[in-house]
Design a protein around this ligand. Structure first.
Ligand code: NAD
Ligand code: LMR
Length: 345
């Protein structure tokens, strides 16, 4: 272990990497990137780690969890791809997982059961995200950070506050992962159009819960011409798709496989942008000044240093505008809840 020997003088038992504090991970190595998955042994973490192991852009895949990490890493390490897999278990090994990471993906936390809202996860997941992001601030403050843990509308503001407090917040590199909403929108729109989803694009803006998920069907390509009632039904299907999976799993958790795909797609987009590829555009929930809310999901052009451009919000139809107006209060409340939590610590 690289970090095992030094300094237990930080709170929470985190240990210091040998190479020193606050390494800035801004370089674009030709032989790939170091990616850390925090919560790697979970329902999302395992298939996400599998997909990342298959990526030629990943040099080191660091798997961190509070349990079962060695087994997952041992299993994945037998796959004949170049990415080198390492296992890190428990807070004492968080520094090893993070030191030198270019991208950190966080799917750690509890998932919903039927009857729960994402906000019902706040009490457990807020603290998990806070602790893990404290590690990010300490060990890889320059890394791009993609937060999956729910409620995303609140956990991203918490992550931002933790990074701000440590003096390392870079709003261009903190993302709430909303790619699953985009993936679902593409799938359902493709079904409505009777076309291959691979050629379908749908911006999804707002946040990641209920009516804060606003699929802008009027901006879909290829264009979608549906009567208003069918548009409403399609929007509702996309907004409720997470609940659809939670109910189908009947107590065994929420979306994991589709989420792993969506997160791997987002991670790959980050790595492509980091390496200088032009034209990388993704939707994500980020610190934003596009709307009255300080955090908002929208289309972003990613560049080597993070968010390079906020694409303007698509023009909304009256139906979409109505949803946009109705989401504001929920989004505001969820963001404030995250900020209040962070302020109490
Ligand atoms: P899971 O219970 O299967 O896995 C969670 C993993 O996190 C477990 O392996 C657990 O050991 C680990 N963990 C718990 N506390 C930890 C800590 N302090 N440090 C590191 N790891 C820790 O859950 P899941 O199905 O993988 O879902 C994880 C989270 O992702 C949930 O909050 C869920 O709501 C969320 N999620 C978000 C989206 C999205 O679109 N953003 C989609 C699906 C699920
Ligand atoms: C999803 O959209 O599938 C996730 O946010 C998990 C959930 O609780 O619905």
């Amino acid at each position: 272990q690289r970090v095992a020997r030094l300094a237990a003088h930080f709170s929470g038992g985190l240990q210091e990497p040998e190479e020193g504090l606050h390494a800035q991970n801004t370089s674009a190595p030709g032989d790939g990137y170091n990616v850390a998955v925090l919560g790697a042994a979970g329902g999302i973490g395992q298939p996400l780690s599998l997909l990342l192991k298959l990526s030629s852009r990943v040099r080191e895949l660091r798997l961190y969890d509070v349990a079962n990490t060695a087994g997952v890493a041992g299993d994945l390490s037998h796959i004949s791809t170049a990415a080198h897999v390492t296992a890190h278990t428990g807070p004492q090994q968080l520094g090893d997982a993070l030191y030198g990471a270019h991208l950190v993906v966080i799917p750690a936390g509890v998932p919903r059961k039927p009857g729960m809202t994402r906000d019902d996860l706040f009490n457990i997941n807020a603290g998990i995200v806070r602790t893990l992001v404290e590690g990010v601030a300490r060990y890889c403050p320059g890394a791009w950070l993609a937060v999956i843990s729910n409620p995303v509308n609140s956990t991203v503001p918490i992550a931002a506050e933790v990074l701000k407090r440590a003096g390392v917040f870079n709003p261009a590199r903190l993302f709430g992962v909303t790619s699953l909403d985009v993936v679902r929108a593409e799938t359902f729109v493709a079904q409505a159009l009777g076309v291959d989803p691979a050629g379908v694009h749908v911006p999804v803006i707002g946040g990641h819960a209920g009516i804060t998920i606003l699929p802008v069907l009027s901006a879909a390509t290829p264009p979608l011409a549906l009567p208003e009632e069918r548009q409403r039904a399609l929007m509702a299907r996309i907004q409720d798709a997470g609940t659809e999976v939670v109910q189908a799993k009947a107590g065994a958790g929420s979306a994991t496989l589709s989420m792993a795909h969506a997160a791997a797609r987002f991670a790959e987009a980050c790595l492509r942008a980091m390496s200088g590829e032009a034209g990388v555009v993704e939707c994500a929930y980020v610190a934003s000044s596009l709307t009255p809310q300080p955090y908002f999901a929208s289309q972003l052009r990613l560049g080597p240093a993070g968010i390079a451009e906020f694409l303007p919000l698509p023009r909304l139809t009256p139906l979409e505008r109505d949803n946009y107006e109705r989401m504001q209060e929920e989004l505001r409340t969820s963001i404030q809840k995250g900020l209040d939590f962070a302020a109490r610590q």
